[in-house]
Design a protein around this ligand. Structure first.
Ligand SMILES: Cc1ncc(COP(=O)(O)O)c(C=O)c1O
Length: 489
């Protein structure tokens, strides 16, 4: 039997048991291993390949592999693949694993929760239409090198250990920028410099959530955040969206945490309205344990006038933790991001950060501080905004020629949500992949049953010509459904 058919047959054998798709896949692989249909040391297909064969999202397959690894059925080796870790026999007794499948130590419960999330993945190479990549070709490298050399010549202290809270000059520069451009009310003493938003979310989860605590998330929402909260054992409550953003049920009790992308909802693009902002702050004020995490991941790239000021600026009660990152506005490998914390949380978060990894690298922090304070940051943002606005227009125009893909309105960002005829996402994604085009899945961003099939198309890193070519490559794969899909809220 051909391999894709074998996988499909194994998968379908567990259908009709009322399992979710991830659990169905786990059950079918466990069963096949116990029955000896998959042998000890056998390599499982790459998650991308299996996802395509079974019509699942890659996230689902990754999560299933992660869960099976946590349970001891599978060994995974970075860069090598995933391997069957048990031999068939009574109860699936484990034999010595083959050299191809090194044993890993048994994991803690926490370790199992973390690996069961399937982990996070960012695009390694900017290419059509990987989401979330800024244009690295347009970065002023010569200027950065100059600033770096100047610091290297004059500041040997940067080679030593640094302040866990972050280089003072960078904290000053960040606070100044946020107060002026994003309407925050904060001092440099409230800024904690980190390596990434992901680390910020992970710290919030570690310090504020106990297993089983309720956390509200936008549905659909950012997978990196869901991963961090799921790894902490949170009871994640997906909250639906409408045109005004997060729309919690009337009279709902305040959860422990609310995670929001209020400037530009990820992935749908709407801004959270002022009445909703005030209502959520009011809700948080009623319960001293409730905090709001504001992930302002790409508000610098707003193309229709100015973005709404940050929610943090409206917070009178110290309930908002503000997350920002330099991954999009400078470059991802810089690994610099920040949290702006209510006064009472600064010390515990700084201690926790020192326990995790000490501090962020000093030299890049100092260079980033110089880049901001000398005015280069503002100039770079102006230039990038112009570039990305043009690219968004090119993509919108190119997509409008396809009858089957409906670009959703968006005030900014590096990517655009586009809807597909319902039920077509897996097949269309396979066809796009066969043409070398990445089409990040919209349905994979739902915690529950996806309400929309679609793609989140990254355009910022692509030249107009690259965008047109990639859309032309997509053109033959779809047929017009007659009526364009609309975002359901
Ligand atoms: C909603 C959201 N938050 C944060 C980030 C990125 O953060 P970092 O690279 O700093 O972890 C992204 C990147 O795509 C994002 O989409």
């Amino acid at each position: 039997m051909s391999k894709p058919r074998l996988w499909l047959q194994l998968f379908e054998r567990e259908a009709g048991r009322g399992l979710g798709r991830r659990e169905q896949l786990c059950a079918s692989l466990r069963q096949a291993m116990r029955a000896g249909e998959l042998e000890l040391g056998e390599r499982l297909p790459a998650s991308r390949v299996l996802a395509a064969d079974l019509g699942l999202s890659r996230v689902t397959v990754e999560a299933a592999y992660g869960q099976l690894e946590a349970e001891g059925y599978v060994n995974r080796a970075v860069g090598r693949g995933s391997f069957v870790a048990i031999a068939s026999g009574a109860g699936g007794q484990r034999k010595r694993p083959s050299p191809a499948a090194p044993r890993i130590a048994p994991l803690s419960r926490r370790g199992q929760l973390i690996t069961a999330t399937g982990g996070c993945e960012d695009p390694l190479q900017p290419r059509a239409f990987a989401a979330g990549s800024p244009d690295l070709r347009a970065f002023p490298l010569a200027l950065w090198r100059q600033l770096l050399n100047r610091r290297l010549r004059s500041d040997a202290a940067l080679l030593g250990y640094g302040d866990p809270q972050g280089h003072p000059a960078l904290r000053e520069a960040i606070a100044g920028y946020l107060c002026q451009s994003r309407g925050l009310r904060c001092r440099a003493e409230q800024v904690l410099v980190l390596t990434s938003s992901q680390q910020a979310l992970q710290l919030c989860a570690t310090l504020l959530l106990d297993a089983g605590d309720a956390l509200w998330m936008e549905e659909p929402g950012y997978r990196g955040a869901r991963t961090a909260f799921a790894a902490a054992g949170a009871a994640i409550v997906p909250v639906p969206l409408d045109a005004e953003g997060l729309c919690p049920p009337a009279g709902a009790a305040a959860p422990r945490l609310i995670y929001l992308t209020p400037s530009h909802q990820y992935p749908c693009g709407m801004a959270l309205s002022l009445p909703r902002r005030l209502a959520l702050l009011g809700l948080a004020r009623q319960d001293s344990r409730c905090f709001i995490i504001e992930d302002d991941y790409d508000s610098e790239f707003h193309y229709e006038g100015r973005p709404m000021p940050a929610l943090q600026g409206l917070d009178e009660a110290g309930r908002v933790l503000y997350v920002g990152t330099f991954s999009k506005v400078l470059f991802p490998s810089l690994r610099l991001a920040y949290l702006v914390l209510p006064e009472a949380l600064v010390q515990p978060f700084t201690v926790a950060r020192s326990v995790q990894d000490g501090h962020s690298a000093q030299l890049p922090q100092a260079v980033a501080a110089d880049f901001i304070s000398q005015g280069h940051f503002a100039a770079h943002l102006r230039l990038m905004r112009q570039l990305y606005r043009e690219r968004r227009a090119v993509l919108q125009e190119a997509l409008s020629s396809l009858g089957w893909l409906s670009a959703q309105p968006s005030a900014g960002g590096l990517q655009l949500a586009a809807l597909l005829p319902q039920g077509q996402e897996a097949a269309y994604s396979r066809a796009a992949a066969a043409r070398g085009i990445a089409t990040p899945s919209l349905s994979a961003l739902y915690a529950g049953t996806p309400a929309q099939d679609g793609w989140l198309l990254g355009y910022a890193a692509l030249t107009p010509e690259e965008i047109r070519q990639a859309v032309a490559a997509l053109a033959p794969i779809g047929t017009s459904p007659g009526r364009r899909p609309r975002l359901r809220t």
